[in-house]
Design a protein around this ligand. Sequence first.
Ligand code: FMN
Length: 307
Amino acid sequence: MDERSFFYNLGKLVYQLDGVYGAYGKNCNLGSPNLLWILYALNDGERHSQKLICAEWDIPRSTANTIIKDLESKHYITLSQIKGERRELLVSLTESGKKYADGILSDLYRREKEIYSEIEAPEEFIDTLQNLAAKMQRIAAKGDKIMNKKILVAYFSASGTTAKVARDLASAAGAELYEIKPAIPYTRADLDWTDKRSRSSLEMSDKSSRPALADRNAPVSGYDTILLGFPVWWYTAPTIVNSFLESYDFSGKKIVLFATSGGSGFGHTREDLSKSVGNDTTIIEGKIMNGAYSAAELESLIGKLLG
Ligand SMILES: Cc1cc2nc3c(=O)[nH]c(=O)nc-3n(C[C@H](O)[C@H](O)[C@H](O)COP(=O)(O)O)c2cc1C
């Protein structure tokens, strides 16, 4: 099973389970499915903070407030202050609240008991799910970090392949996109690598060639981290990428490279590009993005930039 079908099935099953509990709540005429979860959470004889109930059962604060106020007006719960926490309340069921909760939940508990006996290694099962949830939460927090960190995706693309990857990366990273454009666009003939006298062949055989840029508008100064993309030409980056690097101040910045190619790797790209920046610029080989790539691959490339 690959990761897509694993999470697809997991998501589906979580929703199915949630649906079973939702239907139960509906049959009990509870109105809000969240009421079932709040009673479920409170009915263990302990006192719970309202904040923790919301966090643990993923219930919006305002929804929980409404439900709790309603339960309090019916004298099913009591609210008490937590020392030092003026805005936090401890919630506990009253005698009649416990009766109310038991009345609603007893049939559910009976069904759960019936199924529980058939579950193999229930503690391990919960452990596995708990680990998974914790990992997902950590990654989600990292995702927020991605959204908060400003990333620039700068790319050169002669025939559109790298441009597509750059667009996908920018949208996955919530990044600004900048196209490195040559002052004189490359024609088909210019790109003919079988012709030793074509423009690209001449440029690439002269390490000092620096094709002119169409503009100097890349917003480099506003970013510390840059994803830099290009097609591999003759086992390195096209020299216009050197023109780009030499036209701005990249000191103290981190650059992660991505590229597309006809099959080869980065070759001597990193060495060649390092010559166009100072010692205090970090250039890292990211990934050759040929063919189909998954959202996870895009994220891992972005992760290299943030790591
Ligand atoms: C002048 C030239 C040289 C190339 N050299 C290589 C190479 O050394 N290795 C390779 O795998 N692909 C090579 N390619 C293929 C390109 O890297 C590949 O088609 C790339 O995806 C094109 O990206 P683009 O559409 O963004 O320009 C070369 C293409 C051109 C035009």
